[in-house]
Design a protein around this ligand. Structure first.
Ligand code: SF4
Length: 322
């Protein structure tokens, strides 16, 4: 029987604050899974800790709520164990770019074929709005007693330098555009990173929905408000690496675009490079039957329920001095 969009929702009570941008991201993920007809048992959503950490509870797929900053090791391990699963990892900017920053950089080097989504609101919402890694220097949200004393991380540039092979940004209130980006990220061959701008109306009273809509950003010529986000694809930008000899130029344009902020914030695909082998392809070069016989399909016990697992064969297969 064909799945309906409603089939991707659960009846778990959702206590996100009214108006939270998390709702738009949740809807976009469900819409992308529905659009792609991905069966429930073929997808797994992993989360870290934070308001966004509750996301897997609300999506009818496998869901794993992991540890603060550690969502990527869990999610990568699942994908390597069962390459048939579509894996999405989610978390906040504090979770992924604060305590999880080391895993973020290491993941870029591996290029495991999966998607990592950061719900980026500049604050630690779950713990009352402390400044998170993407909050700009000098910003004073209503939950801070003093302006932010730290400079901010640029998630797009960091992902590029770390080696992510698909990098995009979405906006949580532009749900259809966001759904299309999530779909392209899932279809991408390699590790995709999505930086989703997500107002937190409870603790970030600066980057609000009204701010993104440009209520205070008036065009002096027309006297009309100008939305702060614009779509890269509508501005003639092409982030796809069509030939390997254009990588340096395209990386430079990603850095340039990623520094745009304030009154002109790009959303869309910044970078897509499918010329980098995925981690699964690298493993396959060493273990020829990896795809047919991944760890998830291997027996772990005999008919008497006695463990037959041994890490010796795996370690032998992966020896670097063979
Ligand atoms: Fe959303 Fe902020 Fe409320 Fe968390 S604290 S649920 S991020 S509005």
């Amino acid at each position: 029987m064909a799945l309906k969009l409603a089939d991707y929702k659960t009846d778990v009570h959702n206590d996100w604050c009214p108006g939270c941008g998390d709702f738009g991201i949740l809807n976009a993920i469900q819409m992308a899974l529905f659009d792609m007809h991905i069966p429930h048992h073929r997808a797994a959503i992993f989360s870290g800790i934070g308001c966004s950490g509750k996301t897997p509870h609300f999506i009818h797929t496998y869901g794993i709520h992991t540890l603060h900053g550690r969502v990527l090791p869990f999610a990568q391990g699942a994908k390597l164990s069962n390459p048939e699963l579509e894996i999405l990892a989610v978390g906040g900017d504090g979770d992924g770019l604060g305590i999880g920053a080391g895993h973020f950089v290491a993941a870029g080097r591996r290029n495991v074929d999966m998607v990592y989504i950061i719900f980026n609101n500049g604050v630690y919402g779950l713990t009352k709005g402390q400044a998170a890694p993407t909050l700009k220097l000098g910003m004073k949200t209503k939950s801070l007693s003093q302006p932010n004393v730290n400079n901010s991380v640029n998630p797009i540039s960091l992902a590029l330098i770390a080696g992510f092979s698909f990098i995009a940004r979405g906006y949580s209130y532009d749900v259809r555009h966001l759904k299309d980006i999530i779909r392209k990220a899932i279809e991408h061959k390699g590790l995709a990173f999505l930086d989703i701008l997500q107002p937190c109306p409870t603790y970030n009273d600066i980057n609000t929905r009204e701010w993104f809509q440009g209520l205070d950003n008036i065009n002096p010529k027309t006297d009309m408000q100008m939305p702060r986000t614009y779509k890269l694809e509508e501005a003639g930008y092409d982030g796809v690496i069509h030939k390997e000899d254009e990588i340096n130029d395209k990386m430079a344009q990603v850095i340039e675009k990623s520094n745009e902020w304030d009154n002109k914030i790009p959303i869309g695909i910044f970078y897509q490079n499918e010329h980098i082998p995925t981690y699964q392809e690298r493993i396959l070069a060493r273990i020829p039957d990896y795809i047919e016989n991944p760890p998830s399909k291997q027996a772990v016990s005999d008919q008497n329920n006695k463990s037959i697992t041994s890490i010796d064969k795996l370690l032998t297969d992966l020896r670097v001095d063979k």
